[in-house]
Design a binder for this molecule. Structure first.
Ligand code: 5RP
Length: 223
């Protein structure tokens, strides 16, 4: 089974948790794309869903598929959000933001009753950190933040798009850092978020309710 087949299998399993009249949060990335297509199929069959996108790309795809999209401030709470991850461990701790949508994804997760992560089996890791942790940072402060992160031994690298700094949907920069040697991720999260200009980190530590992993012999559901 290819990674993409595993992603699709996990996505198709996850949409079974969606019920009529729900408010659904839509994640971002190649795994979430399969889920958005499956949500589109549910809507085409007549299911009444209201969806909140986690990125401009997700919003565009959802609209093309005829999915009803609203802004976060038009609803009270999201019933279920389905999103991908770059890495997850046995304690349901995640690294997200490979696709640059971590800020809105984390806002969605925070405002959701039941968060489902969908993934191919390569995302299942013993220790987080082989994937570099994305930090969303304000352009005004990026240079000084990089200096701070270097002093902390986190080997920061500013994400680029060609010759220009990568910009998020919120018009911020991304700096990717190496956290493989860090054991206390909660302490790291607190330390990073104290720095003025670091808007958000891609650490999702206590937000996930369920993880669905695509597997050769059928989806694995981790609770
Ligand atoms: C985007 C994300 C994605 O969920 C994460 O990067 C996984 O992407 P993919 O499903 O393409 O592997 O956090 O910001």
């Amino acid at each position: 089974m290819t990674a993409d087949q595993e992603k699709k299998q996990a996505a198709l399993e996850a949409v079974k948790y969606i019920e009529d009249n729900m408010v659904v949060g839509l994640g971002t990335g190649s795994t979430a794309k399969h889920m958005i297509e499956a949500v589109g199929a549910l809507v085409a069959k007549g299911m009444n869903l209201t969806c909140v996108p986690s990125s401009d790309a997700t919003e565009k795809l959802a609209k093309e598929l005829g999915i009803k999209i609203v802004a976060l401030d038009e609803i009270e709470k999201i019933d279920v959000t389905i999103d991908g991850a770059d890495e997850f461990d046995a304690n349901f701790q995640l690294i997200k933001g490979g696709g640059g949508a971590l800020l809105r994804e984390k806002i969605l997760a925070w405002n959701t009753k039941f968060n489902i992560i969908i993934a191919d089996s390569s995302k299942d890791v013993e220790k987080l950190g082989a994937f570099k942790l994305p930090l969303e940072v304000i352009p005004f402060a990026t240079k000084q933040i990089i200096t701070f992160l270097e002093e902390e031994g986190l080997k920061p690298v500013q994400r680029m798009k060609g010759n220009d700094p990568y910009r998020t949907d919120e018009n911020n920069n991304i700096v990717d850092v190496d956290i493989f040697e860090v054991d206390d991720l909660k302490a790291l999260e607190i330390k990073l978020l104290k720095v003025p200009g670091i808007v958000e980190t891609g650490l999702f530590l206590d937000t996930t309710s369920l993880i669905i992993v695509g597997k050769e012999d059928g989806p694995e559901i981790k609770k």
